[in-house]
Design a protein around this ligand. Structure first.
Ligand code: ADP
Length: 352
């Protein structure tokens, strides 16, 4: 169906009435042709993009000149959406959706999401500031508690309460420190750096710490099919590896076995971290990267978990355009696969 026939066909509505209806929408509606030229834009879209003429014929790419937008334009997933900054105001944000229309045309729907984004920012800023404010007093309190733990002159009946205090203040410190890492990751929307990161070296260092833990795993295998050099941000990659491996250790009963495999294929590089631990039911898998989502709160807390590890992993992976796949079976174990895109793979061998 051509656009012309769309606007002129129909017994009930005239072209002007249809346009009027589209102009009344709160969303911005832009019809674009196969060369990405604007065929028609409704009132809101024209205003937001400073278009004097609704039939402007300008190329939509000129308004969103980013590689993300180009990728978005050429993809065919109807559910895909993209957040974009207004071309005329750094503090106005749109959510974009693309709907195929006619033979080769598309409808670009713009929604102003400035308000929810601002609210979200206020919320995270508040939480980040609260965490910062708590850090200094907590450092002082835990410092005194540590002194009391060491103090031989403290009466015997105070020993247990003081040990409990020490444990709880350690827990608070871990939660605060994970919260601060998370807020930092959330606030940095930019892509991770592209420094050469020695993934294998990071895995080996985390393995060493695991083997030195109070309850080390019975077996810890590492198998890198190549050097494992990737382009990214070392601190974030370290945090991804540490959090997933620490979980593997935390959620293994005795006789824990952990295996870490790295391999590359045409799609990119894949880091698989597998354990033979308690596993998880299918229904939890899509929620465990949410903040503070824990299947067994008691167990997580007892073992030093903060409930934030996998949320940190999720954000750190996103910054590398990487994805996380989780497979798990109760009583059998879990596998976490981090897949990095091909352009993050560095093929030069580095010395480890
Ligand atoms: P936590 O600090 O509680 O481990 P995470 O965000 O790292 O928080 O993980 C969220 C929850 O996912 C955990 O509380 C646990 O229930 C579950 N989980 C994570 N990794 C594993 C694993 N390897 N095996 C079984 N359960 C896991």
């Amino acid at each position: 169906m051509s656009l012309n026939s769309f606007f002129s066909r129909g017994p009930k509505y005239s072209e002007d009435q249809i346009k009027e209806a589209l102009n009344a929408l709160r969303d911005g509606i832009i019809l674009i042709d196969k060369n990405n030229k604007i065929i028609w834009s409704n009132k809101n879209a024209s205003e937001w993009l400073n278009l004097n003429d609704p039939f402007s014929q300008e190329n939509i790419r000129a308004f969103f000149p980013t590689s993300d937008f180009d990728r978005f334009l050429s993809q065919s997933d109807e559910n895909a959406s993209l957040e974009a900054i207004s071309p005329f105001s750094k503090s106005t944000f749109f959510s974009l959706q693309l709907i195929p229309f006619g033979e080769t045309e598309k409808i670009l729907v713009l929604r102003d999401i400035t308000k929810p984004i601002r609210l979200e920012k206020v919320r995270t800023d508040f939480a980040a500031n609260a965490s910062h404010e708590l850090r200094s007093p907590l450092t002082v309190i835990s410092g005194y508690i540590d002194l009391m733990v060491e103090d031989k002159s403290i009466p015997l009946n105070w020993k247990k309460p003081i040990q409990d205090l020490a444990k709880q203040s350690e827990r608070m410190k871990s939660v605060l420190s994970d919260l601060l890492v998370l807020f930092q990751l959330e606030s940095e929307s930019k892509k991770a750096d592209e420094e050469i990161v020695d993934l294998q070296g990071i895995v080996m260092a985390v393995k060493k710490d695991c083997m030195a833990a109070k309850k080390p795993p019975k077996k810890f295998e590492v198998d890198f099919k190549d050097s494992g050099a990737i382009l990214g941000d070392e601190v974030r990659i370290q945090s991804i590896v540490t959090n997933i491996i620490e979980n593997a250790l935390r959620y293994c009963d005795k006789d824990g076995e952990i295996s870490v495999i790295w391999f590359t294929d045409a799609a990119g590089g894949h880091l698989s971290i597998r354990d033979n631990g308690i596993g998880m039911e299918e229904k939890h898998l899509e929620r465990i990267t949410e903040r503070f989502y824990r299947i067994d709160k008691g167990r997580s807390r007892k073992l030093g978990g903060t409930g934030l590890g996998l949320a940190i992993v999720k954000y750190a992976l996103q910054a590398h355009e990487a994805t996380l796949e989780i497979k798990s079976e109760v009583g059998v174990g879990s596998e976490f696969i981090c897949s990095f895109p091909i352009d993050r793979i560095h093929d030069e061998v580095i010395n480890v």
